[in-house]
Ligand binder design. Structure first.
Ligand code: HAS
Ligand code: CU
Length: 573
């Protein structure tokens, strides 16, 4: 048994590079987060309120797009190569997608940062949701497009590796980690096509002045077509780690491999036809379509509930292997001193709370209460900001030694780091949820409230204090994380002190489930049909009412424009 870097030195270099890029994004994004909480709560204002949205865009883009996606390409590369036990087929190709993703990020960042510098006439304060009518400099859209194409090519790389394996193993079940990567990429291709079309066909030509205006509702709908699925693009690598690494570090086995497959198939089917749940309050989309989105969303709770069951059962199995007994006393037998375990377990605990706020969001009528309030910010700091981010940080304490050959430095610090994140997020997200219920809006530089919502919710001063305290603890936790990373990298190579590169085996194996689960073509086909059912009519209705480029123009010449643009773009390629 050996480490990943010994087994796959070239891939380890790629995984390392992607992780380091993610960590740089994490550090910068966290610093901007600190600026924001201090500004919003009027504790310390070092930026102009007019720059708040640029800072917020940097915070969002760096954390939810750059940090998460760079980290997940690292995880997926590890998962494919380890579970298929073969290297990626063509390393030049692999570095090409990594280069496209990095280059795209840099290009997109230039106009955002440009917005902070008076001498530079550029800006891209469009937030991480970047739909019209907010407009960015064209470089931002070009950068985004390159970044997304980079992820597509990464998927091609993994699929090629899988197909090469398949030729040599025609009858074997797909190894579970590879199955997870392939199903995730299935809905990623399906959903990111929407945002790519929106950027290339509408937003980019609009930012270049080729179109005078665009149909804001259409670009918003195309964004959310992708925007909901992207949250599961972040969540699936997290689940992969909860299914494969968490049971292992807990000392047990995965409860059921077939159940895990069902979960990933359900995400492939339902991640995309649900995006309209972000648009419950949008005029211009009929209630019936919103109702369909809500129904699909409620079905989509199922795979997460199955995950809660499976992962907790696997952890319990681990605890009992370690001698734990009793109905709940087994919890004490878990390796709570191990930051990898504790970080991921606490991320799971927080995700249970996040699931509840998600269910509230998803209710068509209850959503009216919370939409565009601080509540939503609380929700996504528990989901992507904790379930995903804390899992990725905790998992880094396992992966860094694997991909560098250097043992983890500062284990007690690492434990403190994950606990601090949990504590900070408890304060911050609690206050955000409560403030949202009182009507405090999100995305506001100076939400000036000085009244009290006693007794139901509390005073604004108390909520602000919690947000500042929580936000500061989160920033400190990030600094601690980066300290442990740097400390580890400064250490010497010693593979003998690193656990072997293996993941949890399953109590109930793949063979216990039906073979049809591995029929990925079938699931992709059904996913496409569901997307057409959920989106064809709403999009047709939007275009019918206000044209491809918004009210005021006849649709015909606009369609010609779009086609011409596509032809030119293709020719220039
Ligand atoms: Fe969400 C808004 C609905 C999950 C992210 N969401 C957002 C936004 C983001 C986001 C970023 O329906 C804001 C977008 C914006 O800027 O406007 N969300 C849901 C629902 C779920 C959900 C139903 N969201 C996520 C995940 C995200 C994420 C995951 C990121 C990764 N969300 C919404 C809706 C909105 C929304 C509306 C729009 C709101 C509005 O009005 O704007 C579900 O997937 C949640 C299901 C989860 C569960 C929990 C299961 C529990 C588990 C824990 C197991 C325990 C363990 C611990 C492992 C049912 C799996 C064991 C430990 C031991 C010690 C034993
Ligand atoms: Cu959503």
């Amino acid at each position: 048994m050996s480490t990943y870097v010994e087994q796959f030195p070239a891939e380890a270099r790629l995984v390392r590079s992607a992780m380091y890029t993610a960590f740089v994004a994490l550090g910068l994004g966290a610093a901007f987060g600190l600026l924001q909480v201090l500004h919003r709560t009027n504790v310390l204002r070092v930026i102009d309120s007019t720059d708040y949205y640029t800072i917020l865009t940097l915070h969002g883009v760096l954390l939810v797009l750059t940090f998460t996606i760079f980290f997940l390409v690292a995880i997926f590369t590890w998962a494919i190569t380890t579970s298929l036990d073969r290297p990626l087929p063509d390393h030049r190709f692999s570095w090409t997608w990594y280069g496209l993703m990095t280059g795209g990020t840099v290009l997109a960042a230039i106009p955002i940062v440009g917005g902070l510098i008076d001498q530079i006439d550029m800006s891209a304060a469009v937030l991480f949701t970047f739909y019209a009518p907010l407009q960015a400099h064209w470089l931002f859209y070009v950068g985004l497009a390159l970044f997304v194409v980079g992820t597509w090519l990464a998927g091609v790389d993994w699929i090629r590796t899988y197909l090469a394996w398949r030729r040599e193993h025609p009858d074997e079940r797909i190894p579970l980690p590879t199955f997870m990567v392939l199903t995730t990429m299935g809905f990623w291709y399906l959903s990111s096509v929407g945002v790519a079309l929106s950027v290339l066909v509408f937003l980019l030509p609009w930012s270049l002045g080729i179109f005078e205006h665009v149909n804001a509702l259409l670009t918003r709908t195309m964004f959310w077509y992708f925007g909901h699925a992207v949250v599961y693009f972040w969540l699936m690598p997290t689940y992969l780690l909860w299914y494969l690494l968490l049971p292992k570090v807990a000392g047990g086995k995965l409860f059921s491999d077939p159940l895990a497959r069902i979960v990933f198939v359900l995400f492939l089917l339902l991640s995309t036809p649900t995006g309209i749940h972000h648009q419950y309050l949008d005029p211009g989309i009929a209630e019936g379509f919103k109702y369909v989105a809500m129904t699909n969303t409620m079905f989509l709770l199922l795979p997460s509930l199955l995950t809660a069951f499976t992962v907790v059962a696997s952890i319990e199995h681990g605890a009992r292997q370690r001698g734990g007994t009793g109905r709940l006393r087994w919890l004490g037998a878990l390796p709570w001193r191990d930051p990898v375990f504790t970080g991921m377990a606490l991320a799971g605990v927080m995700f249970a709370a996040a699931g509840f706020s998600g269910i509230v969001n998803a209710g068509l009528n209850v959503n009216y209460l919370v939409h565009n309030t601080f509540w939503v910010v609380g929700h996504f700091h528990l989901t992507v900001g904790t379930a995903v981010a804390l899992t990725f940080m905790a998992a880094s304490y396992w992966f860094l030694p694997q991909v560098t050959g250097k043992p983890l430095w500062g284990r007690p610090l690492a434990l403190g780091q994950v606990l601090l994140w949990f504590l900070g997020m408890t304060f911050m997200s609690n206050a955000m949820h409560r403030g949202g219920l009182a009507g405090i809006p999100r995305r506001t530089a100076e939400p000036q409230y000085n009244f009290s919502f006693e007794p139901a919710i509390g005073s604004v001063a108390e909520l602000d204090a919690q947000v500042v305290l929580g936000g500061t603890l989160l920033f400190l936790s990030t600094v601690l994380f980066l300290t442990v990373v740097l400390g580890t990298l400064r250490g010497g190579v010693d593979p003998t002190r690193i656990p072997a590169n293996t993941y949890a085996a399953a109590l109930s194996e793949a063979e216990d489930g039906p073979r049809i689960l591995d029929n990925l073509r079938l699931w992709v086909l059904i996913a496409v049909v569901l997307v057409i059912l959920a989106y064809a009519f709403p999009i047709a209705a939007i275009v019918d009412r206000s044209g491809w480029l918004g009210p005021g123009g006849s649709p015909y010449p606009q369609v010609v424009w779009v086609v011409e643009y596509l032809v030119v773009a293709l020719a220039l390629r």
